[in-house]
Design a protein around this ligand. Structure first.
Ligand SMILES: Nc1ncnc2c1ncn2[C@@H]1O[C@H](COP(=O)(O)OP(=O)(O)OP(=O)(O)O)[C@@H](O)[C@H]1O
Length: 669
């Protein structure tokens, strides 16, 4: 007998909806009143928000077909030397083996299988995001994956990729502003975000921050709903989800699956992987695909699973109430007979593994014999949507364009970035560090005079090195940290890389420029450098320009290596080289290595700082009653000051080159 909680579902169900009700694909989805965006609130369906939904108009159904998908990866064995890696040749490993299926609009397909059976790989392949060689065919209304399909596809990954410091409302509003088409007004987009918040029952936490890591924020279930909401916003025709219920309690899981089913009933094609669904979750699926070690053992109606396995000789034991448990045991090669073996332990573990493998093999063979032929027949049948592909091709050019203009993308990304990073930009710790270093150096160099030229030149060198290191180290973390978000949003075709890149770098500028301005202002005047406003402003400009170059180097290193640790190590080496080759510590660098200074931006900065500080006719007291030309001072003479425009040009080239390198590296992400 079923336990009481298995018999009744407590999640909201749209009135008049039955589980196996599939919607005929010939229907006109746009006009049907039953295809409004589904509404689920804390208290059940909320039709009010549906009425205001601006998404109803853009729904275009997708029939997803995938046939004989096979995916192999090359893996390196773990053996090998520490320094030189494995000496053994790479081995092929089959991850997916001949997986096929059809999902139509209005249907919810669940992919079941034990851990490691290939569910994530399959759903990633269907979302058009799988790297590597995939054989077989995946078609969307009979056509391959195009950027138009990409923009109509929602993909929710297993790990939620969200900004931790934004609130739920901010997260969904920014997504709406970026993803919804420019034909909608800003107000309509915000309304849509509000409507999704209400649909997903997030109203109560809409002003709470997302959180993550050490930041306390909304719960895991709420976070998952925010991720689903981000995809719902664009009213996807195809929604793919990887383990949307993992780590959630059964009620929240039921709520999420109910939402997915309602989304499917709204005319969408919904595919989800799921680990261990309870029987009440299982009853909400229309179709299931069961994988065992990457091979399918069942593909078809969820309600017919027991009947099918019964027909090929696999009956559930008397204790089974949940079809999902039954099929998962089968996918692991465990039958009701094997269970008895477990208790008796006749021949030990090895025998049991053989038995399980032979069960799996017989299930795979049975699938090929019984389920694949009718599926293949269905593949050859054309669907109305398949025929519409050619007709809609003329409209593809329109659909291929970005959802919003470059300027809109830039301004939303800039605002979002500033909001997300406001806590770190204005972090007291950074301000404290810069203030204390500037005060300390101001005191150390307190009212230095030209007579103590070595000290003054030392202060200028310190300017160039401190503001060479700091922005570089801050910038190397930028892209490695942003990588998951960038991959997620770029693979959904939300914005251009150029708008993101410029917004990201411009967003960092205020803080990157304010802090050195404070530093130079304090240290310059305390340190007794030339009391001329023009010289001060020029010194400040040189330091700020050098900050921009240094930031560019950090961005490029981070973007190329995409590993903050490696980038930090490399930049330490680089800065050490620049420090030594800069021309302050070593006056007579051997000719064969002297070229190093020409690639050092801090060398140019130092040269320019010295160049604006001293004039050619300036003298200093080089001995009692003795005056020497500043330009003859060894440390300055070796700098070979000349036309400063060349130094500015060198810095400009570096500024452009490093930023360009960072951009190219991101393009290849
Ligand atoms: N890039 C890779 N390198 C090495 N192994 C991989 C790679 N991608 C997938 N695999 C392997 O392929 C198998 C299938 O992985 P996949 O993540 O698709 O399984 P899954 O069914 O989603 O598992 P889970 O339910 O635990 O998330 C696993 O054994 C995994 O280790």
């Amino acid at each position: 007998m079923m336990p009481p909680n298995e018999q009744e579902s407590s999640f909201p169900i749209i009135p008049g909806e039955s589980r196996n009700e599939t919607i005929p694909v010939q229907e006109t989805w746009f006009s049907s009143p039953s295809h409004v965006i589904p509404c689920l609130d804390d208290d059940g369906p909320s039709h009010q928000s549906c009425q205001s939904s601006v998404l109803r108009q853009s729904l275009r159904p997708i029939i997803l077909k995938f046939e004989e998908l096979t995916y192999t990866i090359k893996i390196q064995s773990g053996k090998g030397s520490y320094w030189f890696g494995s000496q053994e040749p790479k081995q092929n490993r089959l991850i997916l083996n001949g997986v096929s299926g059809i999902v139509k609009p209005g249907e919810l397909l669940a992919m079941l299988g034990p851990s490691g059976s290939g569910k994530t790989t399959l759903v990633t392949a269907l979302a058009g995001r799988l790297q590597g060689k995939l054989s077989g065919t995946v078609s969307y209304n009979g056509a391959p994956f195009t950027s138009s399909v990409k923009r109509r596809t929602g993909f929710v990954t297993q790990d939620d990729v969200l900004y931790p410091h934004l609130t739920v409302m901010e997260t969904l509003t920014y997504t709406a502003l970026l993803r919804l088409p420019k034909e909608l007004t800003r107000k309509e987009k915000i309304q849509q975000a509000e409507s999704v918040i209400s649909d997903l029952g997030l109203t109560r936490c809409c002003n709470s921050v997302i959180g993550g890591g050490l930041i306390r924020g909304i719960s895991g279930g709420e976070r998952k709903r925010v991720s689903i909401g981000q995809e719902m916003l664009v009213n996807p025709s195809l929604l793919l989800l990887d383990e949307p219920t993992s780590g959630l309690d059964s009620t929240t899981a039921a709520r999420i699956v109910a939402t997915l089913r309602s989304l499917a009933r709204g005319g969408r094609t919904v595919v989800t992987t799921i680990h261990q669904p309870s029987s009440r979750l299982y009853r909400m699926f229309d179709k299931v695909l069961v994988l065992s070690d990457g091979s399918p053992i069942y593909s078809g109606d969820s309600g017919r699973v027991m009947e099918y396995f019964g027909s090929i000789g696999f009956q559930p034991g008397s204790s089974f109430v949940n079809p999902a448990d039954f099929v998962l045991d089968l996918a692991n090669g465990i039958t009701s007979d094997t269970k008895q073996y477990e208790q008796v332990e006749i021949n030990g573990k090895l025998d049991r593994l053989d038995e399980q493998n032979s069960v799996k093999q017989s299930l795979i063979s049975a699938y090929k014999k019984n389920l694949y032929p009718p599926l293949k027949e269905e593949f050859s049948r054309a669907f109305p949507q398949d025929q519409t592909v050619n007709r809609s091709r003329s409209k593809t050019r329109l659909a291929n364009r970005w959802p919003t203009s470059w300027w809109m993308q830039f301004s939303v990304l800039l605002k979002r970035g500033l909001k997300e990073r406001s806590h770190e930009s204005f972090s007291g710790l950074r301000i404290f560090m810069v203030m204390s270093v500037s005060l300390l150096s101001g005191l150390l160099w307190w009212h230095s005079r030209v007579a103590h030229i070595q000290d003054q030149v030392g202060l200028l060198f310190f300017f160039s090195i401190f503001w060479g290191f700091l922005p570089l180290f801050n910038a190397i973390f930028t892209f490695p940290q942003e990588r998951p978000m960038l991959i997620k949003e770029r693979s959904s075709g939300i914005y251009r890389l150029s708008s993101y890149y410029i917004a990201r770098t411009v967003g960092d500028l205020p803080m990157e420029l304010i802090l050195p301005t404070i530093f130079v202002t304090i240290t310059y005047w305390m340190g007794g450098l030339k009391s001329s406003l023009t010289t001060f402003i020029m010194t400040l400009m040189i330091v700020l320009y050098s900050v921009l170059v240094s930031q560019g180097v950090g961005l490029a290193l981070g973007a190329i290596l995409m590993d903050a640790k490696k980038a930090a190590t490399l930049s330490s080496v680089l800065m050490l080289v620049f420090l030594l080759a800069g021309g302050y510590y070593i006056q007579h660098i051997p000719g064969f290595i002297a070229w190093l200074k020409y690639i050092s931006f801090s060398h140019y900065c130092y040269k320019l700082l010295v160049g604006v500080q001293y004039t050619w006719d300036e003298v200093y007291e080089c001995g009692p009653g003795l005056h020497c030309s500043v330009m003859d001072y060894e440390g300055i003479k070796n700098l070979r000051l000349g036309n400063m425009m060349w130094d500015v040009l060198a810095l400009t080239l570096m500024l452009l080159l490093y930023r360009f390198l960072a951009y190219v590296a991101l393009r290849n992400l």
